[in-house]
Design a protein around this ligand. Structure first.
Ligand code: NAD
Length: 294
């Protein structure tokens, strides 16, 4: 049979209680998915509006399931009851894993991680959902870097099956093992990757977006490219995908990738995606990107 990797043998305790920091698009999705799969979760934000948004997203997803007859109203009540929205760290000394999903800002994340580390036990795993920041660098803010790793979900969390678990320089096997086990409990497939710009998925995706932008430079029509990729069998083409991801998010991630792998970028080429960003076309989030959303 398959030989277990070092870290697989070190799976220790099961995650029975989780917490997520930040109740935005990702934090709300993580809270929903954890609760739905039976792991109660504290959802902490700094603003009540954030908590309300996270909860209303969960409510929407659950109501859809109930309307389709896939879930009883009782189960929906149970799931909602196992999300505990909070503005404080009360009870964080009883959680097995904390997933940090606050804004993508290295300084803010550094402060938040150092702050939460004081509220959890020496045995709690701390994981960041960052898309672009080095896990090894974030770990420099911590007293126990061995308990820290990346746990990168994709948007929308409930629908995307993959989670990247990122091992920083000091991450222990036990931290990787517990994070993978939690991802599996959440119904996700985990891949363990090294810490580098773009981790794994974005190292494939961003050269693809680069190729798409080169096609546009060569005169292609973006709607035609999207249609071709759909007919080829992908669920959506690159223009629509960029609108879903967010043009601003895409441009920022492309900068990180360019800094990490300068040999793989096209120097001196301003892409159509960058031009849209300059014109404040951010994608679905503000109603206009490659396409218009009304
Ligand atoms: P978002 O702006 O929707 O949510 C961020 C939330 O964090 C807000 O509710 C904000 O109030 C809260 N917050 C800010 N400071 C905080 C603090 N000190 N303590 C607690 N909460 C705080 O952002 P998002 O899109 O959910 O992204 C969150 C993280 O997930 C980022 O690191 C991002 O890179 C990553 N990510 C995003 C996507 C995506 O497609 N949106 C995909 C994968 C990973």
């Amino acid at each position: 049979g398959k030989k277990a990797k070092g870290w697989e043998k070190k799976a220790d305790k099961k995650v029975e209680q989780a917490a997520v920091l930040g109740a935005g698009i990702m934090g709300g999705g993580i809270a929903y998915q954890s609760a739905y799969k039976g792991v109660p979760i504290k959802m902490k934000d700094i603003a009540q509006e954030g908590l309300d948004l996270g909860l209303s997203e969960a409510n929407k997803l659950l109501s859809k399931r109930v309307a389709r007859g896939r879930m009883t109203p009782e189960k929906m009540g149970d799931v909602l009851n196992s999300i505990d929205p909070t503005l404080s760290y009360t009870g964080f000394d009883a959680v097995d894993i904390v997933v940090e999903a606050v804004v993508e800002n290295e300084k803010v994340k550094g402060i938040v991680l150092a702050e939460v580390e004081k509220e959890i036990t020496e045995d709690t795993i701390l994981a960041s959902n960052t898309s672009t920041i080095s896990i090894t660098r974030l770990a420099e803010n911590l007293q126990r870097p061995e308990n820290f790793c990346g746990m990168h979900f994709f948007n929308p969390v409930h629908a995307m099956p993959l989670v990247e678990v990122i091992r920083g320089e000091k991450t222990s096997d036990a931290a990787v093992a517990r994070t993978v086990a939690y991802a599996n409990t959440m119904g996700k497939k985990a891949v363990v990757v090294k810490d580098c710009p773009g981790f794994l998925v974005n190292r494939v995706l961003f050269p693809y977006f680069g190729g798409f932008n080169m096609l546009l430079r060569d005169g292609a029509d973006f709607t035609a490219v999207d249609k071709v990729m759909e007919r080829w069998g992908w669920p959506m083409g690159p223009a629509y995908l960029l609108d879903v991801v967010g043009i601003d998010t895409g441009v920022h991630a492309a900068e990180v990738m360019a800094a990490g792998f300068p040999d793989r970028m096209q120097p001196g080429f301003k892409s159509a995606t960058e031009v849209m960003f300059e014109n404040k076309r951010y994608g679905q989030k503000n109603g206009k990107g490659y396409y218009e959303y009304v």
